[in-house]
Design a protein around this ligand. Structure first.
Ligand SMILES: [Zn+2]
Length: 266
């Protein structure tokens, strides 16, 4: 189901499309003077898609603060799931909700090409927040044992959610610059360790085309504005050693597989 766009969303979308076309022209990817189409290189296409970032950053930060303020324990991510499902629908994705409990999957088919699965985890930890931030969590919830516990996004899943929602939005707005299929997957219960398995057991494979590549993300100790793409298990390597990841030169300790959960409790 695709919901209608609000006036503000329409304006946001139009601004982003215009910015994408402007970026494409600036990188020489618009039509030649003869009027004949020329192919975009992948880096030019990336720049054109990312041109919408300046218009999406404010709502992404708003979404991040909202999710941070309202953390949910594993298998209880109902509010977060509803937020991302609404975002995906309004961007034009085909949305499946309640996959493996609270999982959400958005599919955007955009012609021939690779199927790229992008994943974010949504759950928070039984940790009391003491950051003093204006958007700090004061949430408590009942855990799987029946105990009342404080809840906090202490493992950055709030950032993962906001980043994937933003990426899904930009890819939808800039779909004229790429072809293929995007699968935006919001996974429950990463901290409990059984959320991904629950989605698979609930028929995930029947909801999406087979992915060509699957990408996950984790906030790490890197300078702002930098990312460090690497094949798994880089995430676990870095969080285990507690220092910025240099995939080209991992230390002996980095090579020891550790779970992200282990690291988040350090
Ligand atoms: Zn985590």
């Amino acid at each position: 189901m695709v919901t209608g766009l609000t006036g503000a969303r329409k304006r946001e979308r139009d601004l982003q499309r215009r910015a994408g076309r402007r970026a494409a022209r600036q990188t020489g990817t618009a039509q030649e003077s003869s009027g004949k189409d020329i192919a975009m290189t992948s880096s030019q296409a990336v720049r054109a898609v990312l041109a919408g970032l300046e218009h999406s950053r404010s709502w992404q930060e708003e979404l991040y603060r909202d999710v941070h303020r309202h953390p949910e324990l594993p298998h209880q991510e109902h509010r977060t799931a509803a937020l991302v499902a609404e975002r995906l629908r309004s961007a034009g994705y085909q949305v499946h909700e309640g996959v493996g409990g609270t999982g959400v999957v958005g599919v955007l088919a955009n012609g021939e090409g690779p199927v790229v699965l992008l994943r974010a985890d949504m759950d928070a930890l039984p940790v009391r927040e003491a950051t003093g931030l204006p958007y700090a969590s004061a949430v408590t919830a009942t855990d799987a044992t029946g105990a009342e516990v404080p809840v906090m996004h202490a493992c950055a899943h709030d950032a993962h959610v906001a980043c994937l929602a933003g990426a899904a939005h930009l890819l939808a707005e800039g779909r004229e610059h790429w072809t293929g299929t995007v699968v935006a997957l919001f996974q429950p219960a990463e901290e409990a360790g059984d959320g991904a398995r629950a989605m698979v057991a609930d028929g995930l494979a029947g909801l999406i085309p087979p992915p060509t590549v699957a990408l996950a993300q984790h906030v790490m100790a890197l300078p702002a504005g930098q990312s460090s793409p690497a094949p798994d298990p880089c995430c676990r390597q870095q969080t285990a050693c507690g220092s910025p990841c240099t995939a080209a030169a991992p230390t002996a300790r980095c090579r020891t597989p550790r779970s992200i959960r282990w690291c988040s409790r350090r």
